[in-house]
Design a protein around this ligand. Structure first.
Ligand code: 5RP
Length: 246
């Protein structure tokens, strides 16, 4: 009931800052580890988001230091801009048949290496590039490795025309849908000009069934459930943890 002391407030702030610092450190550690695994002479998929950005910088450093022959494909306009700014060799995704390896982040990953992506609104290009990739490595901080995807937010990308129909379907089926907005209140548009709807994955959800059901809805372009995609998960930390799909 009493007003907290200045020290008590600073303690809380410092703890928060330490946690954020630790999270960023883990993202960078996972990214640096993944960058060392990339072989020469490949087509490399570059993921999207803050963790993937650490990777883009780390692999760019290696490409320059070791004069590697690596061409890249981006999974978002944001990643494309970063890679171009760094001077990386970029390919148009429509000019290639496959990608050798993609390194990407994730919002949450379960013990079977199924995951949710799309927190950064790039799920459509990310899934397209992941599907073209012979190998997919995900890099995450420790918060994101979890027992179950249930209870987590899943993003669904819908075309603007008829997006409300998908929203109604989700509401009628108890998914508590919400459109995603920007901080300024405008509706968030993806790199493809689509809208995003968030739902919560229900407890005991059958993920395969949910994935198929969502894709069946007319107006749904893609969703952020990535099942059987990740081949290897790298979790940052002073002791890096790697988990391969069994
Ligand atoms: C973007 C994604 C990102 O990979 C995911 O949201 C993780 O982002 P971050 O590394 O910033 O936490 O799927 O659509």
């Amino acid at each position: 009931n009493s007003i907290p002391t200045r020290e008590a407030i600073l303690n809380v702030i410092n703890q928060d800052q330490m946690t954020k610092t630790e999270i960023e450190k883990q993202k960078a550690q996972a990214a640096a580890y993944a960058a060392k695994l990339v072989p020469d002479h490949i087509v490399l998929g570059l993921g999207s988001g803050t963790t993937a950005a650490y990777f883009v910088k780390a692999i760019n450093q290696r490409i320059n230091d070791e004069h590697l022959d690596i061409q890249c494909v981006a999974t978002s306009v944001g990643t494309e801009k970063l890679a171009e700014k760094l001077g990386m060799r970029m390919l148009d995704v429509n000019t290639i048949d496959q990608v050798d390896l993609t390194v990407d982040g994730a919002d949450v990953v379960d013990h079977q290496l199924n995951g949710i992506k799309g927190g950064g609104a790039a799920l459509l290009f990310e899934k397209l590039v992941a599907d073209m990739s012979k190998q997919n490595i995900w890099i995450v901080d420790q918060r994101k490795y979890t027992d179950s995807l249930a209870g987590h937010i899943l993003t669904i990308e819908v075309i603007p025309f008829g997006g409300m129909g998908v929203f109604r379907y989700l509401k009628e089926n108890g998914y508590q849908p919400e459109f995603r907005f920007k901080d300024n209140g405008d509706i968030l548009e993806t790199d493809s000009g689509n809208y995003l709807i968030n739902i919560i994955i229900p407890k005991d959800a059958d993920l395969e069934k949910l994935s198929i059901d969502l894709k069946k809805q007319t107006g749904v372009v893609e969703h952020g459930l990535f099942l059987n995609v990740c081949d290897e998960l790298i979790i940052g930390g002073d002791q890096i943890k790697t988990i391969k799909r069994s």
